[in-house]
Design a protein around this ligand. Sequence first.
Ligand SMILES: *Cc1c(COP(=O)(O)O)cnc(C)c1O
Length: 365
Amino acid sequence: MHTIALNDLSRSNAERDAVKAAILRVVDSGWYIHGPEVQHFEEEFAHYCGANHAIGVANGTDAIELGLRALDVGAGDEVVVAANAGMYATTALRAIGALAVFADIDDEHLIIDADAAEAAITTRTKAIVVTHLYGRMGDMTRFRELADRRGIALFEDCAQAHGARHAGHCAGAWGDAASFSFYPTKNLGALGDGGMVTAKRETTAQRVKRLRQYGWEKKYVVIDGPARNSRLDEMQAAILRVKLPFLDGWNARRREIARCYAGVTHERIRHPDIEGADYVAHLYVVRTSARESLRKHLRDSGVACEVHYPLLDTQQPALRTSSAAKTPLPVSERAVQEILSLPCFPELSDAEVMRVCDAIAAWKP
Ligand SMILES: *Cc1c(COP(=O)(O)O)cnc(C)c1O
């Protein structure tokens, strides 16, 4: 019996011929950086998200960094973030020289808690980052109201939430700016690295366009910074254009798999909330106080599993002596001991999904 992988990218073959044709189109075009594919993909992605602007960049972490810089976050500014979201936003803030101020998460969705976020705001706070973790969106109606009332910027990290919708608006359309990653395992993945910033205002979009390319206003004329070289290339843009029309269908299949898992009741397992269009099942994360036992049982049953993420940002060796790392985060600290991700990707077969369900049901802690 084969082991069911957490993810198997070699199976995403539905659009294989179209991807090959797109790659050849770019090869033959002789135009490999910032050409028509990137421009079209930016337009198509902005349209898909209902965002005013979309600007391609090299990856999802750069998208956070450049998006926040474009919102005027600079060295010494404070930005409120969750500590359980894989260190990506914190990495971007460290590159800027801004200070991550950690706020606890809500126990139901494991996303930054609005009350905790508000309590973390000081006179130095420039922005809140809401990471739509595991494919579940934060309560953006609430965060939008909070950011507007307190006069700070709202930033969404949508790397796990392509296509998720809250109150009729997509992830990426709520924030003053938002970031996406097209890392191959994301709900919309490239065949390499890629990222996108979406922006509410034209001025923010123009700044990201400058910051992703040396601070240029036009070729060789630098008017902005500190800037970077962080470009989405033509090849990845062309591939992503082929894949974008499949995204809603893939998300529907992810939800279907999540529904099967959620149907398995087990007294020691807490399932995630899978209801609503604001969940696109990027990861299916269960919680249990007996995680090591469940992990071993699944492995022995031929089901891969993984922890996203095993360390809070505040527990990272590079950060744990910093003063920001001393904030008590009781909900985050408990959840990080209990979470376990099960295989959840669109190409899983029904038989494999059943095998995962049977394995969960058979667990005797
Ligand atoms: C993957 C991911 C990122 C980073 O994306 P890269 O393209 O790998 O830089 C950022 N935030 C979250 C929540 C992610 O899952």
